[in-house]
Design a protein around this ligand. Structure first.
Ligand code: HAM
Length: 444
């Protein structure tokens, strides 16, 4: 087979065999975040390029090297979103959501696009589950979002991630730190990469997350921000730690967590895994108190995080964590002829309205191959409709698990089938309760 083209490098297809897992994960993450008061928000996949230049930051790797930017037919510079936060902040401002009762808490699932070198856990199109909380400057907000990420990981039984936290201070304390960094890196100008040389004057902190091996080894010995933060930022950081201690959420303070995006202030954090290779940050986030104002809005403190969903899936695979199975097909209706197939189509139509997953033949296949197909898809029940069944108004429904059969009236078939299905499920339960083991356990 000569394919015209293949998927673009660094992108993934989600196939039906695993699609339900992705959906389950996203639904559960959204639902857990709902219990923390976060409501779902969706923003467009592309935005005006300047939004990311101003928020993510012009000196970051993401803006300098990784964005999918193009001019649309109207000559506007458009960028596919490289991350979720900027679009949410833009929507928060554009729709005047800052006038609503604070805090405003939003959760989202979004595709993101970065032109990075693909490898395990690093894609050019990837997906984030993220949350953003606006309006709260208290340390309890930082701790609350961290506890939300923690809850999500605990729900999926991924409990051995390392939570690393740090404070990168406010613009005030950062000035002193930037000066110290400049001085340190100036002694290494001969070794820094060209991009970092450009960053030296404008934003030396970005040299700290340069991916070049030489720059990153120089960065290891650079001054640490925690030695420079002001009293207010330090008190905030101590308070975040207190809240985490109270919730018994373990963490380590890692002064080299500085994040690769410019909008962060004060608390930054990452959840790190040792089981998915070099791209080990499964979740990352922090506080960004200046961003709303930077984008033209009223001064509004904010914080949030994003979990990389592909990395999260890798983690589940690496740790052999199984997810609930895909819902099976409840009933397959095989038909002997065209007329029976017509009846099957109506039965299926009505059953589906009651939530029964029901399939019938849409191929015109022989009865034998219909039954083969029913077997292959693992239908829980099957039935065969032919002239006799239609004439008598009765049909035998077979349970494929134990081979038992039950005759049901075609009249009010939906009710008859759902009652039978329910009784069969209860039989399954009563088997468990009737067993000696269960009885003995009850007695204890
Ligand atoms: P980020 O660290 O750039 O932060 O990305 C968050 C997460 O997205 C990472 O921890 C990782 O799991 C995943 N990720 C990033 N790049 C890739 C990639 N190329 N392939 C696969 N997964 C990737 C942000 O995006 C911030 N917006 C997070 C945030 C929200 N901060 C505050 N609110």
């Amino acid at each position: 087979m000569a394919l015209l083209t293949k998927a673009v490098r660094g992108t993934n297809d989600v196939l039906p065999f695993t699609g339900y897992k992705t959906k389950y994960i996203e639904d559960m993450m959204l639902s857990i975040s709902e219990s923390f008061g976060f409501s779902e928000i969706r923003t467009p996949v592309f935005e005006h390029t300047e939004l990311f230049d101003r928020s993510v930051g012009e000196t970051t790797d993401v803006v300098q090297k990784e964005m999918y930017t193009f001019n649309d037919k109207g000559g506007r510079s458009i960028t596919l979103k490289p991350e979720g936060t900027a679009g949410v902040v833009r929507a928060f401002l554009e729709h005047g959501l800052f006038n609503e009762a604070m805090p405003q808490k939003y959760a989202y699932v979004t595709p993101c696009f970065r032109y990075e070198k693909p490898q395990a856990g690093r894609l050019r199109e990837f997906h984030q589950f993220g949350v953003e909380c606006f309006g709260a400057d208290n340390a309890s907000a930082d701790a609350e979002i961290i506890s939300l990420a923690y809850r999500i990981f605990a729900f999926f039984e991924v409990e051995d991630l390392r939570l690393e936290i740090n404070s990168i201070g406010c613009p005030e304390c950062r000035k002193k730190y930037q000066d110290a960094l400049k001085e340190y890196f100036k002694a290494h100008t001969g070794e820094l990469c060209e991009t970092c040389l450009g960053r030296l004057e404008r934003n030396p902190m970005r040299i700290l997350d340069c991916k070049s091996p030489v720059c990153s080894s120089i960065a290891k010995e650079a001054p640490k921000i925690l030695d420079y933060i002001c009293d207010d930022c330090r008190a905030h950081f101590e308070s975040v730690k207190k809240y985490l201690d109270k919730m018994e959420i373990e963490y380590t303070v890692n002064p080299s967590v500085v994040r690769g995006l410019d909008y962060y202030t004060r608390t930054v954090f990452e959840f790190i895994s040792d089981s998915i290779g070099a791209q080990s940050a499964v979740c990352a986030g922090g506080r960004y108190d200046g961003l709303v104002e930077e984008l033209g809005g009223p001064s509004t403190p904010a914080c949030g995080f994003a979990i990389g969903l592909e990395r999260f899936m890798l983690l589940l695979e690496a740790r052999n964590i199984s997810l609930p199975e895909k819902n099976p097909v409840d009933l397959y209706i095989a038909s002997m002829n065209e007329e029976a197939n017509l009846v099957a189509s109506k039965l299926a139509f009505d059953l589906r309205d009651e939530g029964v997953i029901c399939l019938f033949d849409i191929f015109g296949r022989s009865l034998k191959s219909q039954m083969k197909y029913a077997n292959k898809i693992g239908a829980t029940f099957t039935m065969v409709l032919g002239e006799d069944e239609i004439a008598k108004g009765k049909v035998k429904v077979k349970c494929m698990m134990d081979g038992s059969e039950e005759e049901l009236e075609l009249e009010s078939f939906t009710d008859n089938f759902t009652d039978m299905e329910f009784n069969k499920a209860m039989e399954g339960f009563s088997d468990v309760f009737d067993s000696d083991d269960a009885y003995e356990n009850n007695e204890e």
